[in-house]
Design a protein around this ligand. Structure first.
Ligand code: ACO
Length: 310
């Protein structure tokens, strides 16, 4: 097909309020040493709404891409923490940025951003010129702050990209894989009006396995080997999950991006936050091939090989 997509802009947003591990140790039976050693997380940002964080990140991404809301042909908001049940938070985001196109929420938990990337790419293959993809989360609203097993893990934030149509030769989405294993849905869930419940050990074990298999599937689809990957941009849940999966894949740790030490796990927002951090710091340069990999409740998994053209 003589059509493809590439990222033409990105942006992020984080709440101002910082909660450190030391802060949590004041209210929970935990310690900075325990949280750091088991997860790699030192602090997280808390506050705001999914809509407001999403708008801020979206506006920055659109500014970088040089587009306005009126130029968009699709708005996808990847979130597992919408502001309301009805309507989709994407509706009010669409209004705020002045878009006049289809807009919807996509919930694939922490894999949401990479799911969204593939859906946005699909819309472009079907004829859309520009699609805005936002990952925005306010997980702090669904955390039981008295449960040390989950409260230490999550944070709020948002990241966004604009995907634009290019010719097939310039297509930057080189390969992808999506998966879901519904038999694991009870290992991580949140009911209406409730808090996040998680079997941490089971999620950890499955996350490593799933992360390896989704990466292998995307690499095979793209016809690439791990040696051709310049940078891995993984979902930021736990540094030990990232280290363990990358070791099994034969990818050295210096080829991975980490932001979880200061963001915590921000679900759908974690990969675009890490992507922006890598681009801003110069770790991701023009022509580099990035392997984006997400895994999360469901349990879902998703990966995408993206050539960076910015
Ligand atoms: N501080 C101190 N002690 C704690 C804490 C805490 N914050 N949390 C649990 N403990 C205790 C437990 O009570 C347990 O005590 P016990 O032995 O007396 O019963 C002990 O520490 C060990 O508990 P484990 O659950 O076995 O600890 P583990 O090493 O597995 O670490 C953790 C727990 C960090 C949750 C880990 O299992 C993990 O990261 N799992 C994956 C979580 C994850 O990534 N979730 C999200 C992925 S998907 C998504 O993002 C939606």
């Amino acid at each position: 097909m003589n059509r493809g997509s590439r990222v033409t802009g990105y942006g992020t947003a984080l709440p101002e309020r910082v909660i450190t591990n030391h802060d949590l140790a004041q209210i929970l039976d935990t310690s900075d040493a325990w949280i750091t050693e088991r997860t790699g997380i030192k602090e997280r940002r808390i506050g705001g709404t999914t809509r407001a964080l999403g708008i801020e990140a979206a506006q920055l991404a659109m500014d970088m891409a040089g587009v306005t809301g009126a130029d968009l042909d699709g708005v996808i908001l990847a979130t597992t923490t919408p502001d309301r049940v009805i309507p989709a938070t994407a509706s009010s985001l669409q209004l705020a940025i002045g878009a006049r196109c289809g807009a919807f929420d996509l919930n694939a938990a922490c894999s949401g951003f990479v799911y969204g990337l593939n859906v946005a790419h699909g819309l472009i293959l079907a004829g859309a010129e520009r699609v805005l993809l936002v990952g925005s989360e306010t997980l702090s609203r669904f955390v039981d702050w008295e449960d040390r097993g989950t409260a230490v893990l999550f944070g709020d934030g948002a990241g966004a990209v604009v995907l634009s149509a290019v010719s097939g030769d310039d297509n930057a989405l080189l390969g992808w894989a999506l998966d879901c294993n519904g038999t694991l849905e009870k290992s991580l869930y949140c009911d209406f009006g409730g808090f996040i419940h998680m079997d941490g050990r089971e999620v950890f074990r499955q996350a490593v396995r799933i992360m390896v298999s989704t990466c292998e599937n995307a690499l095979e689809a793209a016809g690439l080997g791990t040696d051709e990957v310049d940078l891995v941009i993984p979902h930021q849940a736990n540094i030990r999950i990232i280290q363990s999966a990358c070791q099994k894949l034969g990818l050295s740790e210096d080829r991975t991006v980490e932001v979880l030490s200061w963001t915590g796990n921000t679900s759908s927002a974690s990969i675009p936050l890490a992507l922006a951090d890598a681009a801003d710091s110069g770790r991701l340069g023009e022509g580099d091939i990035a392997l984006l990999v997400g895994f999360g409740a469901g349990m879902t998994s998703a990966s995408a090989l993206l050539r960076w053209d910015l």
